[in-house]
Design a protein around this ligand. Structure first.
Ligand code: PLP
Length: 375
């Protein structure tokens, strides 16, 4: 079956008991046992929940993974993968990444003896040069946040595997509709389902998808033993979002292409960052490994930080807010908002950079809004 069919059907058969076409929201913390230790589905809600299992099944299908483990946030999914490391291990992370991932690696895992280097993972020579005997994990976001840089997943997987290390791809920005890292050789995919998969800015969630038996077993154990599980209603909301992922992404990208066109020609704008632009430094590899360029656009404003602040405070349809991937358009200043925790680090973002999450509203209204804000 093809993507949009799997998104609507996999893990989501009509309920056998009642025929309900939607997966029920199983609000239960525990399960009746037939006799001591004999259970029908699970013994306790932290261990498993049917609504959660349905979400995990559809995400596994979309990412072409055998295992899918859902979490209460993208960061708890990230945490579970990083917990597979041990003191002394070394991680290479891309130069431009979600601030919270960087914060977790440096402020939490750093204190437990896991060392992280920030490396430009689009430069394969830099990856080889930066390699240590202790390097166990490459962590890449592609497209990245907020520069929309794209790394070569297949080439990084080859390097990682040659050194018996693993490649993790945070696929939040692309979604499996536009890019399937496991098919390109990555070992693990991580999602913040809060973004495009949920798609309506009404839920926080995360997931880990993999074909690696041993890693899956450990991550599944952390889900149970640490307990950062998503509630059943949250799982339902993410699953409902996933059903329309394909049509939403088509519209997000069509709208983003028009926004890119407007901003590229505007004299207030110095640079537009969008992987679909031929001028983008990683356009070629994006063309090869993605089936579309997504709905995120970043721009640098000519007249600097103050002017950038005025613009993001003047849009009306583009709401000034963190996060991304919902049906509504959002605008923000990463240096002062989402990426504040990277200030003073190698991941610091220029203060004249604006990030837009282009929603699925009518494009003429969106363009009018940007024109008036830039006027
Ligand atoms: C939002 C985000 C995260 C963190 O996810 P939460 O659901 O907010 O915990 C991780 N990676 C990327 C690329 C994100 O955009």
């Amino acid at each position: 079956m093809n993507f949009t069919t799997r998104a609507i059907h996999d893990g989501q058969e009509p309920d056998p008991g009642t025929g309900a076409v939607n997966v029920p929201v199983y609000l239960t913390s525990t399960y009746a046992q037939e006799s001591v230790g004999v259970v029908k589905f699970a013994d306790y809600g932290r261990g498993d929940n049917p609504t959660r299992a349905a979400l995990e099944a559809v995400l596994a299908s979309l990412e072409h993974g055998r295992y899918s483990i859902a979490f209460s946030s993208g960061l708890s999914a990230t945490d579970a993968v990083l917990r597979t490391l041990k003191p002394g291990d070394h991680v290479m992370m891309s130069t431009d990444a979600y601030g919270g991932t960087y914060r977790m690696l440096t402020k939490i895992f750093g204190a437990w003896g896991i060392h992280t280097d920030i490396i430009d993972l689009s430069d394969l020579d830099a990856v080889e040069t930066g390699w240590h005997a202790e390097t166990k994990l490459l962590w890449a976001e592609t497209p990245s946040n907020p520069f929309l840089r794209v790394v070569d997943i297949a080439a990084l997987a080859e390097i990682a595997h040659r050194h018996a290390a693993k490649l993790v791809i945070d696929n939040t920005f692309a979604t499996p509709y536009l890019q399937t890292p496991l098919l390109l050789g990555a070992d693990v995919v991580v999602h913040s389902t809060t973004k495009y998969l949920g798609g309506h800015s009404d839920v926080i969630g995360g997931a880990v998808i993999t074909n690696d038996d041993e890693l899956a077993e450990r991550v599944k154990f952390f889900q149970f033993a640490v307990g950062a599980i998503p509630g059943p209603l949250d799982c339902y909301l993410v699953m409902r979002g996933v059903r329309t992922l394909g049509v939403r992404m088509d519209r997000h990208q069509a709208n983003a292409a028009r926004v890119v066109e407007l901003l590229s020609a505007h004299d207030e704008i110095a640079t537009v960052w969008y992987p679909g632009l031929e001028t983008h430094p990683n356009h070629k590899i994006a063309q090869v490994q993605m089936s579309g360029y997504g709905g995120m656009v970043s721009v640098e404003v000519k007249r600097g930080a103050q002017r950038a602040k005025e613009i993001v405070e003047k849009t009306r349809l583009f709401t000034l807010a963190e996060s991304l991937g919902g049906v509504e358009s959002l605008i923000e200043l990463p240096a002062a908002m989402t990426h504040l925790s990277t200030s003073g680090s190698l991941l610091e973002i220029p203060d004249n950079l604006i990030r837009l999450s282009v929603g699925i509203e009518d494009i003429d209204d969106l363009l009018d809004d940007l024109r008036q804000a830039l006027a």
